[in-house]
Ligand binder design. Structure first.
Ligand SMILES: NC(=O)c1ccc[n+]([C@@H]2O[C@H](COP(=O)([O-])OP(=O)(O)OC[C@H]3O[C@@H](n4cnc5c(N)ncnc54)[C@H](OP(=O)(O)O)[C@@H]3O)[C@@H](O)[C@H]2O)c1
Length: 303
């Protein structure tokens, strides 16, 4: 495969790990598009730590069209990353969106010109230990999952000979909703209670969590996800099996006073429910409460 130009927009846990893996393979020209200049990344994987030289741009004006863009900002930062997308996207560019939630195409297309867009489910854990220090942990099965499409095999080929395993699925929508189901309770409940995943062992939260999950299952089914009759209960069991001491990204963003990814999670459920005439009062409550927190954080953040 010929060397391709790959731009990674957003050098947090997910983008940092993706940029490190691609740069380490030496098979492509990797450019990181970030808000601060970094000339090398330390990449931790299993018991190894490697220092990898990296080319970083900090001003979109310096960017030119590339073969692939990996958009790795939080969903709420897609708008602020628009100047990057506008400079990096030409008619042959492909944009992979490594973000939680659904609606990747709708969120990114207005900023990507003629570029083709590929949504990706992120299963790996990417931890940013410092602005130039990332750790990759594999959680389960594939690290990334993309829908079966003409773009999918090219995307999987990008990560050949790297620690990131890319899966391709015909049942992408179902997997997307299964991931969303975890996120619509794990993120808001840990953020609102300011407690890590151990909080889900409180019996008095179970009815609320199952209520949010059942609403979300109904919406997911209406959107074409093939979810089981006991999907809500199974998802909740899965969540109870996660390490009690683990946090969620919304929990950490909440503690740090940053804007929150609530619109892409419970907000996406509420928006999809509206199309199908499905009532989602519990998702609506999570959305209203955390949007208030997020808006106040955003105001303080930009002050
Ligand atoms: N981390 C995980 O393990 C994990 C797992 C599954 C899914 N996800 C999802 O993956 C996505 C990325 O998550 P993450 O954990 O990597 O988030 P993150 O650590 O917050 O990183 C996002 C990065 O984007 C940068 N950014 C924001 N706006 C930008 C702009 N306009 N121009 C350039 N850079 C910009 C941020 O810069 P600053 O550093 O300057 O703020 C930050 O470095 C999210 O949708 C998340 O929910 C994450």
């Amino acid at each position: 495969m010929a060397k391709l130009k790959v731009a990674v927009v957003g050098l947090g846990g997910i983008g940092g790990v993706a940029a490190a893996c691609l740069a380490l393979s030496g098979r492509h020209d990797v450019i990181a598009c970030a808000r601060r200049s970094i000339d090398a990344l330390t990449f931790d994987h299993h018991d190894e730590s490697t220092r990898i030289p990296l080319t970083t741009l900090v001003d979109p004006v310096d960017a030119t069209p590339v073969d692939w863009v990996l958009l790795c900002t939080k969903a709420q930062d897609t708008g602020s990353a628009a100047p990057w997308l506008e400079r990096l996207c030409g008619p042959h560019t492909r944009v992979a969106v490594l973000q939680n939630g659904i609606g990747h195409q709708e969120r990114v297309a207005p900023h990507a010109g003629e570029a083709a867009i590929l949504p990706a489910i992120v299963y790996y854990n990417g931890e940013r230990l410092a602005p130039d220090h990332m750790r990759l942990r594999h959680i389960r099965g594939h690290d990334l999952l993309v829908p079966a499409s003409p773009l999918a095999s090219d995307f999987a080929a990008l990560f050949k000979d790297t620690p990131i395993d890319v899966g391709v699925s015909d049942a992408f929508v179902t997997f997307q909703w299964r991931k969303l189901l975890i996120n619509v309770i794990a993120n808001p409940v840990t953020a609102l209670t300011r407690q890590r995943l151990g909080v889900f062992h409180r019996r008095d939260l179970h009815d609320l969590c199952l209520g949010i999950l059942r609403e979300t299952v109904a919406v997911g089914r209406a959107e074409g996800a093939e979810l089981d009759a006991d999907e809500a209960e199974k998802i909740f069991e899965t969540l109870l099996g996660y390490p009690a001491e683990a946090g969620t990204s919304m929990y950490f963003d909440c503690l740090a006073g940053r804007p929150l990814e609530i619109e892409a999670l419970n907000g996406a459920v509420v928006a999809a429910a509206r199309k199908h005439g499905i009532a989602t009062p519990l998702n609506g409550a999570m959305l209203a409460l955390l949007k208030s927190v997020s808006d106040a954080n955003a105001e303080a953040f930009s002050a």
